[in-house]
Design a protein around this ligand. Sequence first.
Ligand code: IYR
Length: 223
Amino acid sequence: MPNPPVPYRTARWTEEEMEARADAFFHEMDARRSVRHFSDRPVPRRLIERAIETASTAPSGAHMQPWTFVAVSDPDRQRCIREAAEAEERASYGGRMSAEWVEALAPLGTDWRKPFLETAPWLVVLFAQRTGRNAAGGKRKHYYVQESCGIAAGLFVAALHHVGLATLTHTPSPMRFLSEILERPPNEAPYVLLPVGFPAPDATVPDLARKPLDQVSVWFESP
Ligand code: IYR
């Protein structure tokens, strides 16, 4: 029998408090940028652990939490990951990506070189679990794996930004090499690679604007 449901209540704030909190959170998140130039300043493991725990609060299909976060600060493994990622990216930029795709990336100023994979003090790779194990050790299918992992990745990014750390959602393509280097079992597939650290003192980001509300939303309101 499943455990009986337990009571649940959200925090109670006045409408003014809610608006102030909404504004503060928006401004905090709006200040986040994807970073590709990291300082080698170390980041305590405890901060990575907390960000993973925060990510792992994400809703997931049938509450299977179909994710494994692999945290790497071992320089040898970081070098292997950089070498493998750059080999793939070299092939991608060298003709595997369409001209339209390369053109779309131009404002970001990216190329096949990925030095941040070695300079960032941590690489965190989120693996999506297609299946898991039930209490008896049998194989158990996971549901909405992509959606669940996407939400977890978003919370991870937000958790890092909240403590003043920077990251990048990096998806070298294809990224099967991560399964080998990080010794993952066959039920797991790499979902996204996130270098984590402080931005380099001279870090820059592309001069991009975000779409305003009216370009990202449609409303059908009560009369
Ligand atoms: N994976 C490549 C290309 C790339 C693709 C997209 I879509 C981006 O938003 C950024 C980069 C790279 O990391 O350079």
